[in-house]
Design a protein around this ligand. Structure first.
Ligand code: L34
Length: 294
């Protein structure tokens, strides 16, 4: 079997068209959705992602402002900025790009964000709501994974999904979302991680694998069954072209695995563009909620 390539780029494009309609509707009602992005330090990958977020806002007519702070910024200063953004009427979504420098307490920072503006869905209140199945902002990458599955005709209902990775950003929440008793979910989910024994035994019986390990080409063809659906969340930089362009590899050995899988996402052009699109969606949702509540 040779896999269908699931283009995150194309699916993201069609969702962005849907979002654009909503932005225009809000604007007619006098509200421009607004996103504040905060980047501390100079991590090159973070810079790429933050720039892409600003650009996506521009394209959709969403107001955005990016604050870039030096790596030495104190926690207090960051918390003050968040307080200011919490109170800012123009801003419907606040995102603090992770990872933060070591001297800053990540949990403290995420907890300072108003849960009603937490478009990343990282605040413990939103994490809790998500797990309970209540209305909330779903975290962008996990929600993007779910949308990719649904829109590529691979509804996870009743399927065995093996999530490899247990991070708070991807592994844990993607498992929480896909196991919900809801349309587009209803999966049987197994979470595997670095301490899992006999990983291959698990991945071999997966109908769907969500790879979020952070190791380039970790999942090989001999670890998967024929016909598996692969969502590759990894974005590992493995080098640079002579022109200084990032060379990226996913967590899955694409060339090998695509010969066995029924469908697979590429890197780049898979989950990445979906993460940004779901962020746009949450920002618009936040603006709509404000309108509804006002
Ligand atoms: N607060 N921190 C917060 N929210 C997030 O949602 C993120 N994440 C992850 C890292 N830290 C975060 C992102 O934005 C990962 N992430 C992200 C966003 C976009 C892309 C990849 C990861 C993306 O656009 N990837 C492109 C390739 C771009 C490149 O690296 O050259 C792709 O096609 O995969």
């Amino acid at each position: 079997m040779v896999a269908n390539i699931i283009s995150g780029k194309e699916i993201a494009k069609s969702i962005r068209e849907e979002i654009k309609v909503k932005v225009d509707e809000l604007k007619e009602k006098g509200i421009t959705p607004g996103l504040a992005v905060v980047l501390v330090g100079e991590d090159p990958a973070s810079q790429v992602y933050v720039r892409a977020k600003g650009k996506a806002c521009d394209k959709l007519g969403i107001y955005s402002e990016t604050t870039t702070l030096p790596a030495e910024t104190g926690e207090d200063e960051l918390l003050k900025l968040i307080e200011k953004l919490n109170a800012d009427e123009k801003i419907h979504g606040i995102l603090v790009q992770l990872p933060l420098p070591k001297h800053i307490n990540e949990t403290k920072v995420l907890m300072a964000i108003d849960p009603d503006k937490d478009v990343d869905g990282f605040h413990p209140v939103n994490v809790g709501r998500m797990l309970v199945g209540d209305e909330c902002f779903l975290p962008c990458t996990p929600h993007g994974v779910q949308e990719l599955l649904i829109r590529s005709g691979n509804d996870p209902e009743g399927k065995h999904v093996v999530v490899v990775g247990r991070s708070n950003i991807v592994g844990k929440p993607v498992a929480g979302i896909l196991m919900q008793k809801k349309d587009g979910a209803n999966a049987t989910v197994t979470i595997a991680h670095s301490r899992t024994k006999n990983l291959t035994e698990l991945t071999k019986c997966a109908d769907i694998i969500v790879a979020a390990i952070g190791k380039p080409e970790f999942i090989k063809a001999d670890m998967v069954k024929e016909g598996v659906v692969i969502i590759d969340v990894g974005v590992n930089q493995v080098g640079e072209t002579p022109e200084g362009k990032r060379i990226l590899k996913g967590d899955v050995d694409f060339e090998g695995v695509k010969e066995k899988a029924s469908a697979i996402t590429p890197v780049p052009g898979g989950v990445g563009p979906m993460t940004i699109t779901m962020l746009m969606q949450n920002t618009v949702k936040s603006a709509q909620q404000k309108l509804g509540g006002a």
